[in-house]
Structures are given as structure tokens and as C-alpha cells.
Design a binder for this molecule. Sequence first.
Ligand code: NDP
Length: 598
Amino acid sequence: MAITPAEKEKLKKKYAEERKKRLRADGNDQYIRIGGKFSHYREDPYLPIKERAPKTDHVKFAFIGGGYAGLVTGARLVEHGINDVRIIEKGGDFGGTWYWNRYPGAQCDIASLVYMPLLEETNHMPSEKYAHAPELLEHCQTIGNQFNLYDNALFHTAVNELRWDEDDQVWHILTNRGDDFTAQYVGIGTGILHVPKLPGIDGIKDFKGHSFHTSRWDYAYTGGDASGGFMEKLKDKRVALIGTGATAIQCVPHLAKACETVYVCQRTPSSVDVRGNHPIDAKWFEEMATPGWQQKWLENFAVNLAGGGAEEDLVQDGWTDMSRRVRDAMADFPKDVRSDSEEMLEAVENSDFEKMEDIRARVDSIVADKKTSESLKAWYKQLCKRPCFHDEYLDAFNESSTILLDTDGKGVDHITEKGVVVQGVEYEVDCIIYATGFEVGTSLIRRAGFETYGHDGITLSQAWSDGMRSKHGIHVRNFPNAFIVQPTQGGNFIINVPSNILESAMTIAMIVRHAEDRGCQTIEVSQQAQDAWVAHLLTGPGGPLGSPDCTPGYYNNEGRAMVPQARYAVGYPTGAPAFFRYIKEWRESGDFEGIDFA
Ligand code: NDP
């Protein structure tokens, strides 16, 4: 329904008020690193650590991280005849995010057909439009098995240091398991959201009951299992869940069914739109999945999200809907009106207000209690925070077991020996579950937990002290034979990270194949090529994901001004689909312009 200017002004005022409530001087520093009393929050509750002898051998390619980045790069290397690949992984198996995140209800929030990589290669039909975590983990294991990546992998192993050996022209890899081996090439794919964080709430250390972080779900305490099995041990338990982000949205319905009482402690409500999950029809899939189908879907998804140009919308979900709305808002303007003109921006803004009004109306239509439904409404633009989609979250608040403790933007006041204090009232609980997310906005080196030393001992931290510098987000000057797999300074297609990984993996495999075929020992980006790439990136619109006028969150550095280095955290100036086309052409030309092979 179209929004009137008066309604819009009212909403703007409300958004600003709600944002103001949440602004805080400590920004990202409000969170605490897990350590000391909470060290066990980072331990592996799923698999025991197996004893093994330290490795002191040599491999062709070592890859740090056994999530999608390591698996897809490993697979592409094997496809290109590079079989001596060793993946080093902190978890007890492959999977990365999907190894650690086994909380009840976990599922991908991007359609499986574009989120799960290598579906054609593994001949897998996802069971649902949005597959659940056990299937995603199993898919990782399938990739590991199919491409023989298990044989040489090191699990429950954290890298301490990567150091380039100038004399022997190899990388030395040192780990926490006493390994000290070498590799001709290294890949780094340590992920974006993987270091769990805790809120620095007063008294957090005082709580005497049970507690854990969602990314290390304690099924021994709750009962049930990652497939959504009923958590029978919670039937006489009072649980406080802190956080209402994308993780909480998925696990609240399960807690609501299992707990005697679940207190959902909310600082900022998520926007929760329709999910529309459904099983994938085998007959439909068989007819659709002709050779090359997944690449076509990946391209179509990226093009639709980048503002259209595709004749059809294959994925058809909340993300492509968001994009379609923006296009529709712009469609009525004559062709000569610029997309950044005032009237165009206003039309786009209006469409966001209208969408958020629909999402707020959805809360009213589902949640029976008026006070609760009012508190669950999100007062910000849809892309200020990760938009959520779920068809059972809001209904959970109609269960007598589920109590929303709305903190009106302030967060939990403090934690006591017995429970949580919200708005001055203490709620005694048996267990606190932290759905408080992961470190974001810190350096890749800090999150990865190790330093990389290139030519003359220069560290990656030094090389990036003024902001990230790379070519394609993959190659860094002074770090020969090293490849980074992550979205920034490449496609920067954050919405579907696997799209970026697939492109980087193919690029790396083709470069290494090229070097091997020519008997080259080293691969390194030239200074000139790196500088030119970075300069080109800076010609684009840039900017962080969430604008400064958004409610605080990790999309906008918790509402604080960005550090100057953040201006380098950008993608290709003309968008992700253009980058994907460019990088394909670049690697397929066989010239690998800007890369020196020696
Ligand atoms: P988030 O960082 O999104 O959410 C953390 C939550 O903790 C927020 O609701 C935050 O409130 C709240 N919080 C922090 N401090 C306090 C406090 N002192 N008192 C009360 N509440 C507090 O973490 P998630 O784990 O939910 O999600 C992280 C990201 O992981 C997602 O954005 C998404 O990108 C990804 N994800 C992907 C999934 C998928 O693909 N299936 C599923 C789950 C997550 P506030 O908003 O006010 O800061």
C-alpha cells in the first residue's frame, strides 16, 4: 500500500528515535572475546580430538580452513590435476560454519540451489528450498570424499604461523599440534563469521547455571539433536536466550516447544518476512537440471540482486523480491532520470517503508498478544540488518512457554548468579544461551588467529595496516604463492558468499595449473597491478553495507564512524555480476595479466 508523506515523516521520526536508543559509545567494544572462564565456549562439543604425530613433510598446496572455501578450492585443484592438497581445519571435520552451527532449526537462508556449491559435480539434489544444517554438513563431507580431500587433511588443528622461506621458495606452516611442514602454495579461507562473541553484560561471569553459545550447541544438556529432534531434557528448564538475530530466529521455535519457559531477551527486533520453504520436487529438478544449470542459477541470482537485467527470476525468494521492488519503484521514471537522482532515491525509499510496514503488519497478524507483537516490530530499513525470513518464529510467541523480554534497545541490564535482569526485573533461569553472533569488523588476521610472513618477514598485518591491498581479493604483493579466498575486493557478493568462493577457487586452480605446466616456482602479483586494481575499486560507490543512519549493528560498525581503512573493504565498482564476468574472462584468456610467474 502506498505511503503518504505524513506517514513517512512519522516513520522517519520513529526510526530515528529507535536508533538513538541503541547508539552506544563503545560500539564493537561492547563485546568480549571468548577466553578465561568462557574458553570452553569455543571448544568442540561434537567430536573428540584424536592423537596424531606432528607433520614435518612437504605438500604441493596447503589450505587453511575446511569450510566451503577450502573444499571448493580443493575440489577445483583436484579437477585441475593438483592432487597433493592438504586442508588444515580447526574443527573435527569439514564444514566450517556448518560444522560448528548445529543449533536446532539451523538452515541456509539463501536458496540451496545457489547456496550449496558443486551440486552438479556431486550430483546432489537438495531436499528443500532452504536445506537444514545436517544436509549442509553432509554435503561438505560428500565434497571432501569425492575429491579425496580427507586423506591428507589435518582436523582439530589451528595454524599458528605461515612463513615464506626465501631460500627454498616454500611456505612453512606451524600449527598448535606441533606440525612444521612446508607447502609450495598456500590458500587462506578462514571465513567471515566464525569467532563467536559474547556481550560484555555486567555480571556475565557470575551466573552459576548452565550456559553456552549457539555455535557450540550443548545437546548433552538440552537433549534432542541437530536434525530438530525434540530437546526432551529442557521440559523442566527455564532458559534465557540472549539475542534475536538470524540465529535466534531459527532456534526459538524449537526452544518454545521444548522448554518449560524460554525468555527471549531482545535488544533489537529482526525483520521477519515470509520464508516459504518447501521440499524440492524430484521430477521438477530432473527436468530443470540440465548440464550447466547451477552456473546459470548463480548468475541469474547475482544479476537479479544487482538490479536486474535477467529475463527471469529463477530463485524467487525474499532477496530477489527485495530487488524487484527497487526495480519496480524505478520503472515509472523516464529513462533519462539518473538512478541516484533525488526523486529516484525517494521512490526507492518509499518502497522500503512500504515493505517494512507489510512486515510489521505480518507481526500483528500472527502474534496474538498486542504488547508482544508491538515489541517484535522492527523500526528500520530492511537492509539495516540481515533481513530474516521464517514461518514459525513469530508463532512461537503464541506458545505459553515463550516470553519476550524486550529491553527497549538497552540490552540485558545485568546477569546475576541466578539469571538475567531486564528492565530492573530478575528472571531466574537454569540456562543462558548466547545467540549473540560472531566477531565482525575486526581484522582478518585477528579472526584467523595467525600471522602470515611474506618477503623479508613482512606481515600481512603490516601490508594491510592502511587498509586491505590485493588484486581480485586473492593475490597480495609480497606474499608469493599465497591465495586468499573471501569476497572483499572481488565480487563482494556478501549475500551469497559461495558465489564468490566458486569464482576464486576456479581462478586459483587455473593459475596454479598454468604455473605447473610451465615449470614455474613462484606466482606473485606485481606492485603495479595491485595498485591499479585498488585504484579501480576506489572509483566505485564503495561504502559499508548499512548506512550510518541505520540502527546499530555489524552492517554499520555498530553505528560508529568507519575507520579510514574501511574504505578499502569494497567490491568491483560495477557490481558482482560484472566482476564475475570480468574474472572469468581474465582467467580464461590465459594471460593472467598482472601476475608474475617465475
Ligand atoms: P547477530 O550478530 O546477527 O545477532 C546477535 C544478537 O545479539 C542481536 O540480536 C543483538 O542485538 C543481540 N545482543 C547483543 N548484545 C546484547 C545484549 N547485551 N543484550 C541483548 N541482546 C544482545 O548474530 P547471529 O548469530 O544471529 O547471526 C550472525 C550472522 O550469521 C547473520 O547476520 C547471518 O549473516 C549469519 N547467519 C546465517 C544463517 C544462515 O545462513 N542460515 C543463520 C544464522 C546466521 P542488536 O541487534 O541490538 O545488536
